[in-house]
Every structure is written in structure tokens, then in C-alpha cells.
Design a protein around this ligand. Structure first.
Ligand code: SF4
Length: 229
């Protein structure tokens, strides 16, 4: 393979346009062979929230945007419940930047492989450096595994604040999973309230320790407040 990301050091000088072009040209792993297009990311370039998903699916591969289709609609509903959107302009405190750990679709929606995640990670790292979010919300098993280097299930990692490259990180379920497991939407709402607490406080008290996820400022935790698609 050619046109490798060449590590985060080589990317650290790139601005948004150069980084986007580097991703579009990337052939560092075998996923370049089957992609329709790369899926770079979308949202406010200085958003306080950064949402990190797993890998593009068929619709993302076709449209070139992360989190579209039913899972994307659920994510947007979840964000709306916190007065957040993926719009590119407006108040950064009320905006999210959305990207995946992998920029190319695994064929047949198979699981991402460890070497693919490792090759692609420098792109995500540079995106995080450019956005400088106050909070990263990692959605889904492979996003969590890639960012936290942990094979623990999401159920054991959620409910506390982690760090990725110095940025507070909260773990939750992927919207596609929630569409198949509706009872876990209550847990996802707790995770969002914890994330809102961290993003609004600008700090991460209780890092690496269990803490109550409910009671975030301006957010209700009752079942009626759970976001719905
Ligand atoms: S998945 Fe990432 S590393 Fe692999 S070809 Fe696509 S952009 Fe490059």
C-alpha cells in the first residue's frame, strides 16, 4: 500500500483542507480498494463536542458523511435533546463535530481490523487537535477499543470519564445498537447527561472513577426525557 498516513507527526502540521485531501488520497490500508469514497467528518470545526463513531456503513460510504440513515437520525435526536446539532456554524458550545475512527467502509460491513484502526488513527488524532473539543463522546465498541486501547465491554467502561490525548472522553452505545436494543436507550441518555456535565463544566471531576451520570445541568434524567428517533 502507498500514501500511508505516515504517523501523527507528519500530519500535525496539516490544516483542515490538507488533512481532508490526505484522507481522500489515502491508500494506507486495504479498505481503499473497496470504498466508494472516504468519509472524513462533518460539523463545526471548533465544536465543544466531538462524536467519534466506528466505521462508515453503506449509506455513509455512498454519501460521504458519517452517521446518516436511521442511526444518524437517532444520533441527531439525541443531540437535539441536549440542544446540540452537527451544523457547521453557530455557537461552538452547542455544536458537535462528528467523525469515525475509520474513514473507509469495511466491505460487507464486517468488523474493523486492528491494523486498519491503527493505520487510520492519526487522521482522527489530527481532527481532534484541530477541533480542540471539550468532550469526546465515543460511540460503539470499536470506537471505544480504538481510543481507550481496551477490550472491556462498553457496559463496564461507561458511567465514568476517561481521557484521550488529554481530552475528557465518555463512552456510550452506538446508535445502530440502540435501534436494536431499545431498553439501553435509558443508559445512553445517562451517558449523554454525564457528557453534558463534563462539556459544560470544562473539567472532568471524577475522572476514572464511578460517578452519577444523572443530574447534568439543564438535563432531565427521567424516562420521559430519553431521546427518541
Ligand atoms: S481506512 Fe483510513 S488508513 Fe485505511 S485507506 Fe481509508 S483513510 Fe487510509
Amino acid at each position: 500500500m502507498s500514501s500511508a498516513p505516515a504517523g501523527s507527526g507528519a500530519l500535525s502540521r496539516l490544516g483542515w483542507d490538507e488533512l481532508r485531501a490526505a484522507v481522500a488520497d489515502c491508500r494506507a490500508c486495504g479498505l481503499c480498494e473497496s470504498r466508494t469514497q472516504t468519509v472524513f467528518g462533518v460539523g463545526h470545526l471548533r465544536a465543544h463536542w466531538m462524536i467519534v463513531g466506528e466505521a462508515p456503513g453503506a449509506q455513509e460510504d455512498a454519501q460521504g458523511e458519517p452517521f446518516v440513515g436511521a442511526a444518524g437520525q437517532l444520533l441527531d435526536a439525541m443531540l437535539r435533546a441536549l440542544a446540540l446539532t452537527r451544523e457547521a456554524d453557530g455557537d461552538p458550545a452547542r455544536r458537535a463535530y462528528i467523525a469515525n475512527t475509520l474513514k473507509c467502509r469495511p466491505p460487507g460491513n464486517r468488523n474493523p481490523q486492528a491494523d486498519e484502526l491503527a493505520q487510520c488513527e492519526p487522521f482522527l488524532l489530527r481532527q481532534i487537535e484541530l477541533v480542540q473539543p471539550r468532550l469526546i463522546l465515543a460511540m460503539g465498541r470499536f470506537a471505544v477499543q480504538a481510543l481507550l486501547r481496551s477490550n472491556e465491554p462498553i457496559g463496564r467502561l461507561r458511567g465514568r470519564v476517561h481521557r484521550y490525548q488529554g481530552v475528557p472522553l465518555v463512552v456510550t452505545y452506538h446508535p445502530a445498537y440502540l435501534l436494536r436494543n431499545l431498553p439501553d436507550k435509558a443508559k445512553a441518555w445517562e451517558d449523554l447527561c454525564l457528557a453534558a456535565d463534563v462539556a459544560e463544566s470544562g473539567a472532568a471531576p471524577g475522572e476514572e472513577s464511578a460517578r452519577a451520570a444523572t443530574g447534568a445541568p439543564g438535563a432531565s434524567s427521567g424516562p420521559d426525557a430519553q431521546p427518541v428517533p
